[in-house]
Every structure is written in C-alpha cells, then in structure tokens.
Design a protein around this ligand. Structure first.
Ligand code: ARG
Length: 435
C-alpha cells in the first residue's frame, strides 16, 4: 500500500510504479536512513513530541531492521517506492502504531537530503583515504627509482632531461589539490537539512541543533527551502571527481605510452596486464585504458547533475531523485579506478636504461648548452642561436652534442671550451635544475 493511500482510490499502475521507484538506487543508503531516523526520533522524544516509550520502541525497531537488512534476513522490496518508505513500512509491521509516529515533523524531502549527505560524507572519507594511499604509492615509486633520468616532454617532443621522481611528483601535486577539493566540498556539505520538512519547516517544537549535533553536522540549514532543494554538494563533488579522473587519465595515458615498444620505459606486472585472444606476443595495459575511458562516465555524471538542477523551481522536485544514480556512479567509478591503479603502479617496473637512452637522444641538453654559454657572458639570445647552429651541424654530420669535437664548437662560437662537455652531461643538467 502506498503512503498516500487515503487520498487515492486506485492502486498505482505497475509500470508507473517501476518508473517512479528509486529503491534500486537508494537502498544502498539504508544505514544512513536508519541513522537519521534514530536521531530524529531521539529529538522527538526529548522534545516531548512523542512519548519516551514510543521513542525507545522505534529505535529498537530501526536497529532490528538495520541488522536484518545487513544480514540478508530482510530483503529490500524492489516494489517499494524508495528506501525511506520501505524502512518506515517495515517498522510499522514490526512494532505497530508506534512506528506510525516516526515521520512526525519530517518529510521525505528533508529525509532524502539528509541521507545523501550522510552517505556522501562517508564516501568522501573512503575516497580521501584512497587518494592519500595513491600519493604514498607515487612517493614510493619515485624513491625506488630515485636516480632514474628520463626525457621531459613538451608537445610530446623531447624537451629537457628530468628525473622520474620529478615526473611523478607532478601527479602528487594534482592529488594534493584533489584531496583539498574533496575536503573542502565535504566541509561545505556538512550541514543538516533535517527539520526543513517538505520545504517550510514544521509546526512542532523540533530541535534542529540537537539532531545536527547527534549526526555530526557542523550546523543546520538556515533556509528550510534550501535545505531540501540544495544539491550543490553533489555537483561540487562530481566536479572534484571529474578532475580526479582527468589526473588519473593523464597518468594512464603516460603509462600506456611507457609500456609501448616505442618507449619501453615501463613494464606492468603480469597480474595487472592482459593478453590478446589472437596475438600471442601481446601484453596490454588494459587497466590504464579503462581508467582513461571511464573518465567519460564521470564527466557525464557531472553533466547529468548540472542539467537536472538547472531549471528547477524551489523547492523539492522529483527530478532530484536522479541525483543519486549520477553521484553514486561517479564515486563508484573513481574508487574502483584508484583501487585498481594503486597496486598496478606499486608493482610497475621501470626500465631506467631505456629512459636514460631516450634522454640521451633528441638534443635534450641543448638548453643547458646555451645556459653554459650564458655563464661565459654571452647574451641568452646569442647563446640560443649558437647552440642551434651546433644542433643543426650535429644533425647534418650524425653527431650528438656530447660527441661534437671542440674544434667544431669553437668554429661556431669561440667562448666554447672543454667545460661544455661537463655542462651538458644529463646528470649535471638535472642536478643544476634542482631535480
Ligand atoms: N525517492 C525520492 C528522492 O530520491 C525521495 C523523496 C521523495 N519526495 C517526494 N515528495 N516524492 O528524491
């Protein structure tokens, strides 16, 4: 039977019921729903809105439901409209009339707004832990190959020599900003909507500060209309999650390149690679490709949320039921990507010999050669031009800057001396840049 049975003379059409129902998506919030109801009931009893005895019965009933859903003894009814309805109806079946008092001074509108906040707060905690773990893994990898030199690129052309550690530390910075964004959004989200009712608060003497404190919120929503209709936090988090995916996708792209025979800077552990059904020689970096591909899902989730919210009049509208599928998918996707990437990167073997070899080609130390001339007093623009001539000569004669004879250097600019060979050594190039 529906919650609104009194007003209606017919049962809802079956397909309409399926269309309207959100239980397949929101049943995962059952613990938060029950936690919120227990706080609400404690407040109702404290304020004398229901009796202490009913309060106790309701709390016991709710704890029993939580236990039974967790153990599987109480399967969630797929025909129920949502998790809030399911829990409330089951409560009344269990404890009788007292159960009908649970929803006093509350609406599903403030209830669902509360549940998502509680649920996402926990998701943020898990995500922050994964981000910190990943950052630590990058640190460890960088240390493991502390001496490794590789080409740094711009335009994917060899640009200047760098250390592998410096390369990874760029990703650590991205992760640090990601952690900052999630922490910030989590803080802004930590406001209790409970007591907003359907939109205009309630006529009961509710104590909103009490429930907010019981549930670990910093405060409660100043506007009851905003309390039920704010989904900014979903959008903020989806934006933060999208940026995380941008970062994971960029790293994935690099690992894909590093694993190719063209680069061969890295080799993934067999446990984190896949083979081909036809080509026996293949070892594919599927995980990284999937991470790169899954970024699209998360960006899509962000777009879904923005689009759902953009035209809604105040306050609650059923459109907002679409929020959960999108934000849950975004969290699930980022979490599974991180969970898979962390051990993959942790076991990834770098091949410093190949990295160094690549760094030794492509005249990657040309800037250092020019800087060396600058140290001899030449203006940078002239030093740049002289080095350019040396590079052009090397290309013509098949030399490198390391093998070009000093006499040739001197023909280009007489400021060159033996010291140039020290100045363009890759190890010195990275050292002089503080890497
Ligand atoms: N399932 C709904 C949602 O996710 C719960 C709130 C329903 N409120 C309402 N007035 N129909 O948004």
């Amino acid at each position: 039977m529906k919650l609104w049975a009194g007003r209606f003379s017919k049962e809802i059409d079956k397909k309409t019921n399926d269309f309207n129902s959100s239980i397949s998506v929101d049943s995962r919030m059952y613990e938060q729903d029950i936690e919120g109801s227990i706080a609400h009931v404690a407040m109702l009893a404290k304020q004398g809105i229901i009796s202490a005895e009913d309060g106790k019965k309701i709390k016991q009933g709710l704890l029993g439901i939580k236990e039974d859903i967790a153990s599987g003894a109480l399967p969630v009814d797929p025909d129920a409209e949502d998790i809030h309805t399911f829990v409330e109806q089951n409560l009344t079946q269990r404890i009788g009339d007292a159960g009908k008092r649970l929803h006093t001074g509350r609406s599903r509108n403030d209830q669902v707004a509360l549940d998502i906040r509680l649920y996402l707060r926990k998701e943020c905690d898990e995500l922050l832990k994964l981000l910190a773990d990943f950052s630590e893994t990058l640190d460890k990898k960088g240390e493991e190959y502390a001496g490794a030199i590789m080409p740094g690129y711009t335009h994917l052309q060899r640009a200047q020599p760098i250390t592998f550690k410096a390369h990874l530390s760029a990703y650590k910075e991205m992760l640090a900003r990601d952690i900052g964004r999630v922490t910030d959004a989590q803080k802004r989200m930590n406001v209790s909507p409970l007591g907003s009712g359907a939109l205009a608060g309630t006529t009961y003497p509710v104590d909103r500060a009490f429930t907010a404190e019981l549930l670990g919120f910093d405060t409660f929503s100043a506007s009851t209309l905003d309390g039920v209709s704010d989904r900014d936090f979903c959008i903020e988090l989806a934006a933060a999650l999208s940026l995380i995916m941008v970062h994971l996708s960029r790293l994935s792209e690099e690992i894909i390149l590093w694993c190719s025979w063209e680069f061969k800077f890295a080799e993934l552990d067999d446990a984190f690679s896949t083979g081909s059904s036809i080509m026996p020689q293949k070892k594919n970096p599927d995980i990284t490709e999937l991470v790169r591909g899954k970024s699209g899902r998360v960006f899509g989730d962000l777009m879904t949320l923005l689009t759902v919210m953009k035209g809604l009049p105040l306050a609650y509208n059923k459109d907002m039921q679409e929020d959960k599928e999108a934000i849950f998918d975004a969290f699930d996707t980022v979490k599974i990507c991180l969970t898979t990437l962390i051990p993959m990167v942790d076991t990834m073997r770098m091949i410093p010999k190949n990295m160094r070899k690549a760094a030794a080609g492509g005249f990657i130390n040309a800037t250092d050669c020019a800087d060396y001339l600058v140290s001899k007093g030449l203006p940078f623009r002239d030093a740049y031009k002289a080095t350019g001539e040396a590079v052009a000569l090397c290309i013509k004669t098949g030399e490198t800057l390391e093998s070009l004879p000093l006499s040739e250097y001197k023909n280009i600019c007489d400021l060159f001396d033996e010291g140039v060979y020290e100045a363009i050594k890759l190890e010195n190039c990275v050292k002089n840049r503080g890497m």
